[in-house]
Design a protein around this ligand. Structure first.
Ligand code: MG
Length: 315
């Protein structure tokens, strides 16, 4: 494989560096049909660290009855060869999950809330307000144990049952997560329907509500090919934490599309071209995603992976 990189041409006003939150091992594999052995997950996470990713969401301490793909959370987290300088947050849905995460030695957790009533009901079996009552003791106990907590907010740009989601409703839900003690809020376009103008408007609304960019992250899905365009809008608004999944792992559970999260490779290509520091070795990352595609038995949907590695049949 020969690797070319885009010529860096800076644009005024963008963040000088971006922190990539790699969500492939959790968000990605959780939404893949294939079940991956723990040993393969551990190699995947290790290779992501070796490729320079500094925040890798490792797994989720969710009830295995809900998400059988992540039933090996303890085995994966305790088996990690943790690299110095790399953070390994885990998703925690409830107090039971927090106990599992603490027992496994996690130091960073994330909770997952919904900006819409219907998704809160379907995903969390809770009302829109009730989900915050559910998360409050989880966040409180995590903070008391010295953990940091990230809050995910899903359906920020559209909901498959409710359609458009009012900006004020998203800001109100996001503020509640921050007020409960989340250090960072990741704004998710769970079904990938958002477009750049919406991103600009939503981030402006958060700024108007007094939420500073250092507490915000963006989380896009490429269902309609808008993930990079939306990321660019977020960078222009000053957000410098971007979630992505190596190889674009993760289907979209509510759309008839195999296209998942923003691919980390696509993000790295954009950032490199803009001269924005990211710390990732794209060559190593592409080889990792080609290898993982082989494990999953399907090619990566990432345009950058395909361009650099062809259809890919191993590493
Ligand atoms: Mg996602």
């Amino acid at each position: 494989m020969t690797l070319d990189l885009p010529e860096p041409v800076a644009e005024q006003g963008l963040p000088p560096s971006v922190q990539i939150v790699e969500v492939g091992p959790r968000d990605g594999l959780q939404n893949e049909k294939a079940s991956i052995p723990a040993a393969v997950k551990l190699e995947f996470i290790d290779r992501l660290g070796a490729a320079g990713l500094r925040t890798i969401e490792a797994t989720s301490f969710v009830n295995p009855a809900w998400v059988p793909q992540l039933a090996d959370a303890t085995e994966v987290f305790t088996g990690l060869g943790k690299r110095p300088g790399v953070r390994y947050p885990v998703l925690v849905p409830n107090l039971r999950g927090l106990q599992g995460a603490l027992a496994a030695g996690a130091t960073e957790i994330a909770v997952f809330a919904s900006a819409t009533r219907t998704f809160a009901e379907k995903n969390l079996a809770s009302s829109l307000d009730g989900q915050f009552d559910m998360f409050a003791p989880v966040i409180e106990q995590a903070l008391a144990a010295g953990l940091t907590v990230r809050g995910y907010l899903s359906m920020c740009y559209g909901d498959p049952w409710e359609g458009r989601v009012p900006v004020d409703q998203v800001v109100a839900a996001g503020r509640r997560l921050l007020d409960l003690g989340c250090g960072e809020l990741s704004l998710g376009d769970t079904i990938g329907v958002g477009t750049a103008g919406q991103v600009t408007a939503l981030l402006a609304a958060f700024a108007a509500a007094g939420v500073t960019n250092d507490r915000l992250a963006v989380h896009f899905h490429d269902t309609y090919g808008q993930a990079l365009s939306n990321t660019m809008a977020a960078l222009r608004a000053g957000v410098s934490t971007v979630d992505a999944a190596a190889g674009g792992l993760g289907g979209c559970p509510f759309a008839k599309s195999a296209t998942g999260n923003l691919a980390t490779e696509d993000l790295v290509w954009l950032l490199t071209g803009l001269g924005i520091e990211h710390g990732v070795d794209l060559d190593a990352l592409v080889r990792t995603s080609v290898w993982m595609a082989g494990q999953l038995g399907r090619p990566s949907p990432s345009a950058v992976v395909r361009a650099l590695a062809g259809s890919g049949d191993g590493s």
